[in-house]
Design a protein around this ligand. Structure first.
Ligand code: ADP
Length: 218
């Protein structure tokens, strides 16, 4: 099963990707996580090319496509992948179609998380991440450490208001066109509107499951 999650920064792609990865026994491929790993390794050949992340700009299509192509070779993706943060441009979508076609596969489902700006800002400005397992929390939960790893939770360097606004603009400019790309593709297209900050990840998960059932995907 190959699923693409669309949605602006803070829309919950990472959280839902984790759940879907368990449901479908498919790997969770987060380009943000893969690129941040490179950012922490000065010896990596792509290290200079991922520095733009710090300004909230997109990494070049060429670099990201390479990172995904390499990532997909890992054993956890033998049954499929849940793409979180990829593709983000039509050129990346075309590259993904080619990568999957080479394996005799295609994007099966697209889930578009349509979250309002107020909800996004509330979530991103309060977001805390476990540096080890990458699980995501919110400061309203009052946790200092990851309950699983016991490691101190941190804020991401790019979760500040200025960079967030830049990322939302980038999303509108570049990624919104992917909605048309996938609506005109054979993939099942599921759009969820989220305008209420009190809606939990579990609520969204249930809605996704219902919609996947309606489309006979599960
Ligand atoms: P967010 O969705 O909150 O912006 P991500 O973890 O998905 O966070 O991505 C963090 C940063 O990594 C992005 O702002 C961008 O600079 C870079 N990035 C991630 N995925 C891609 C991609 N598919 N294409 C280009 N840049 C990417």
């Amino acid at each position: 099963m190959y699923i693409v999650l669309l949605g602006p920064p803070g829309s919950g792609k990472g959280t839902q990707a984790e759940v879907l990865s368990r449901v479908f026994d498919a790997g969770h491929l987060s380009t943000g996580d893969l690129l941040r790993d490179i950012l922490e390794n000065q010896d990596h050949p792509l290290y200079p090319k991922v520095q733009v992340i710090k300004e909230g700009r997109l990494v070049s299509d060429e670099v990201v496509n390479q990172v995904v192509e390499d990532g997909l070779k890992r054993p956890e993706f033998r049954n499929g992948a849940i793409f979180d943060g990829y593709p983000r441009t039509p050129a990346q979508a075309a590259a993904l179609d080619r990568m999957l076609a080479a394996r005799g596969k295609k994007v099966d489902v697209v889930i578009d998380l349509d979250v309002t700006k107020d909800v996004l800002l509330y979530r991103l400005l309060g977001r805390l991440v476990c540096p080890r397992c990458k699980r995501i929390f919110h400061e309203r939960q009052g946790l200092a450490e990851c309950p699983d790893c016991g490691v101190e939770l941190v804020r991401r360097g790019d979760d500040n208001e200025e960079t967030i606004m830049q990322r939302l603009e980038e999303y509108k400019d570049k990624t919104a066109v992917l909605q048309d790309y996938y609506r005109n593709s054979p993939a099942v297209y599921i759009r969820l509107r989220i305008s209420d900050a009190s809606k939990t990840a579990g609520d969204v998960q249930e809605e996704i499951t219902d919609r996947l059932r309606q489309h006979n995907v599960i």
